[in-house]
Design a protein around this ligand. Sequence first.
Ligand SMILES: Cc1cc2nc3c(=O)[nH]c(=O)nc-3n(C[C@H](O)[C@H](O)[C@H](O)COP(=O)(O)OP(=O)(O)OC[C@H]3O[C@@H](n4cnc5c(N)ncnc54)[C@H](O)[C@@H]3O)c2cc1C
Length: 421
Amino acid sequence: MSTSNGEKRALVIGGGIAGPVTALALRKAGVEAVVFEAYESSAEGIGGTFMIAPNGLDALATVGLGAEVGAIGQPIGPMLIEDGRGGVLAEFAGLPDLPPGRVMRRAELYEVLQRRLRESGIEVRYGKRLVGAEEGADGITARFADGDTATGDLLIGTDGTRSTVRTLIDPAAPGAQYTGLLGVGGYSPHRLPGRAGRGETMHFANGARAFFGYWGLPDGAGTAWFSNIPQPEQLTAEQVRAVSPEEWLRRVRDLHADDLPARDVLREAAADTVEVFPRLEIMPSVPHWYRGRMVLVGDSAHAPSNSSGQGVSLAVESAVELARCLRDLPDHTAAFAAYEALRRPRVEKIAANAARTNNQKSSGPVGRALFRLLAPIAMRTFLSPEKMLRPVHGHRIDWDRPALPVASGATGRQRRAVTAP
Ligand SMILES: Cc1cc2nc3c(=O)[nH]c(=O)nc-3n(C[C@H](O)[C@H](O)[C@H](O)COP(=O)(O)OP(=O)(O)OC[C@H]3O[C@@H](n4cnc5c(N)ncnc54)[C@H](O)[C@@H]3O)c2cc1C
């Protein structure tokens, strides 16, 4: 199924974040890609805000998106952990040699990615929901819900936490796990004092009944906020829509009635900016990342909880690493094995750390009190920014370095990619 000039052709399933970045990285690696997205149109304009960490910005720069992504959203440096009563428990100043992370609307990043795909001549086919795939000796055929098919050399599952490709690779693969938390977020004209008001810092506060995050908007334009609310039974999108934004805001105000500055931020918050996210989900360890000509990238393989602030960054890192492996290892099985060996230890470690934070977010009053007590001690002893942030934010992918096959003799999850000197 190779192209007329002998290039490999990849079918990339999912046009969220990992999909477009995988397609762009593959292009750079000399592999042709077509993106298939289930929705009928580009998701530009959909809601939500996220932070891309320095490691994610660096991976995006590898595929030539550094300047464009660096021009959207808002740079955020120090992160402050607060006690929910207006006091600071700990501050992570960020690492001086790294650029700050950037907070942006999901829609802003989609717009940049879609524009770059168009400029690069990479085709995106909308309304193509993958339902099956058949592999032959020299290619793989994807089947879509509308009856259409497409054939290529490789099929790459960038189809998120509820991935179909993951089930095609391994019907027994675990599904996404609900975190027990509901996300609610929005904007408030409330102006914060000091550097918080100048939009230089990100704040996280474990309140009396729920977790609160906030940051000042540039030019003192107000405050962006989110709350992670313990919600044992996962709500459907319909259940979320059945409750008005005013009522969601009332509930969040009640939960944070005793928390500062949450109470003040929420008092002025605008109901028409409220968004609710019922799908705070994580992926447990996925035993098989690839089989035959199929492989997973992004949330389909490794979705850490949103507490990590790393979902996007790890997704784009994986996209770039897969392309690098396919560039250097002509046999796709060797490339997939090298890719998994490079990525699995890193993503699983970050996911495990984030899961601990999540448990803390959904803990009861005793857990919260303990956190207030222990956080300052931990910061003074073993949780230095250097130890906490360097391995995650300081990660760099050396695109020019050749990817080498995994060490022979190693098997399955014990494999480690051989690294070039
Ligand atoms: C409330 C919330 C806050 C978050 N905050 C942060 C943050 O601050 N920082 C951070 O780094 N991460 C954050 N994340 C995580 C981040 O959103 C994900 O890690 C990221 O979107 C993963 O990208 P992806 O492309 O792998 O998956 P997705 O973005 O989920 O994209 C998957 C795409 O595949 C498509 N698709 C699905 N099934 C099929 C199919 N069968 N056929 C074709 N197409 C299909 C979907 O329609 C979708 O477009 C947050 C997530 C949530 C929910």
